[in-house]
Design a protein around this ligand. Structure first.
Ligand code: GLA
Length: 350
């Protein structure tokens, strides 16, 4: 059977690289201050095939059914090709000499669901281009380049969590990551634990502006306190008063405590403690960070009512998915009950 690349471009690819999606188990927005997070790579993801081309660089997306000519000097256009041009520009800026190439992209990740399809595409594009020119690069460096593409090219001031989970994570393991040092530990998910990812039926709204606003509020809190939010306590944050900046900071500081509790809980195989940290995280994301929606809240409630140990929105919020912790042998019953209560929701196949 010929590959997608052969079908579209008429030549075999020189390289084929896969990058998974990710679900964040806990530690939301803490990467903005270089804090700790606990994401898990998925088995589904994005495959990019690439080959040297004679004169121009072209990219095909099977999801879109589109083929576009791209140029590394292009500016962002607000479309899917940005996630190819941006990473290639960042890679070229490191001094790697990139010839004209053809890229074909295949994905089995739902876009706009909060499972990091854009970061997976960026990482897979960088890997495929590196393989074509036969240059090796450490996972951490690839993750940093993909993050720079988001920050500097696409204009989203995201942290490093998604790119690191995708570039350095191991399926079946949670990645306990320090987003400052990039030091991480893989923690195996116990066999009888299942993390289910359910889409609330509401596409993630155009949220780049709201995301950047959260980042600004976090920076403002750090400026006012004169310290990193990684280094302060909830008492310190109370001095910011009943302000939006104070509420955003309270979420970040509390979320660090919850990530630490969740890491201990998974290491001790304590589902109740892990679930409690998830529930508290959602409450804080809804009330203090204000990134939940009525649809996400309703699904989280239905998930818990049906017997989940814990449930919370995952990723940036504003629609998309929740993640929930279940007993592995209870998933079928649980899923039926939730879908009866929230018929617009659907399970993301991991
Ligand atoms: C998005 C960003 C991440 C992180 C999450 C929220 O996925 O890309 O860097 O900030 O939102 O935790």
């Amino acid at each position: 059977m010929s590959s997608l690349h052969e079908t579209i471009f008429g030549s075999k690819p020189d390289a084929s690289c896969f990058a998974p999606g990710r679900v964040n188990l806990i530690g939301e927005y803490t990467d903005l201050v270089g804090g700790s997070v606990l994401p898990m790579p998925l088995t589904k993801g994005i495959t990019v095939e690439a080959a040297k081309a004679s004169s121009i660089t072209m990219v095909h997306s099977s999801l879109r059914g589109e083929t576009e000519v791209i140029d590394l000097s292009d500016e962002a256009k607000g479309q899917w090709t940005d996630y190819v041009v941006g990473p290639l520009q960042m890679l070229a800026a490191t001094g790697v000499d990139l010839p004209p190439m053809s890229f074909s992209i295949e994905s089995n990740l739902p876009p706009g669901a909060g499972v990091s399809s854009s970061a997976a595409l960026e990482v897979a594009v960088i890997r495929a281009a590196l393989a074509v020119v036969d240059v090796s690069m450490a996972d951490e460096r690839i993750a940093r380049l993909a993050q720079r593409a988001e920050n500097e090219f696409c204009g989203v001031q995201c942290g490093i969590m998604d790119q690191m989970a995708i570039a350095a994570g191991t399926p079946g393991n949670a990645l306990a990551l320090n987003c400052d040092t990039l030091i991480f530990k893989n923690i195996p998910i116990p066999d009888d634990w299942t993390f289910a990812v359910i889409h609330c039926g509401q596409e993630r709204q155009l949220s780049d502006g709201a995301y950047n606003e959260r980042r600004e509020a976090v920076r403002a809190a750090e400026a006012e306190l004169g310290a990193s939010l990684k280094k302060v306590t909830l008492d310190d944050v109370a001095s910011l008063g009943a302000t939006i900046v104070g509420a955003r900071a309270r979420h970040i500081v509390g979320e660090h405590v919850r990530v630490a509790a969740a890491v201990t809980a998974i290491e001790h195989m304590d589902r109740n403690a892990f679930g409690m940290a998830m529930n508290e995280s959602h409450a804080s994301l809804a009330a203090d960070f204000e990134v939940s929606t009525p649809e996400l809240d309703a699904l989280v409630t239905a998930a818990r009512d049906a017997g989940a140990y814990g449930a919370r929105l995952t990723g940036a919020g504003f629609g998309g998915c929740i993640v929930t912790l279940l007993d592995s042998d209870d998933v079928g019953r649980w899923a039926k009950e939730v879908s009866a209560k929230c018929p617009q929701s659907w399970a993301v196949q991991l």
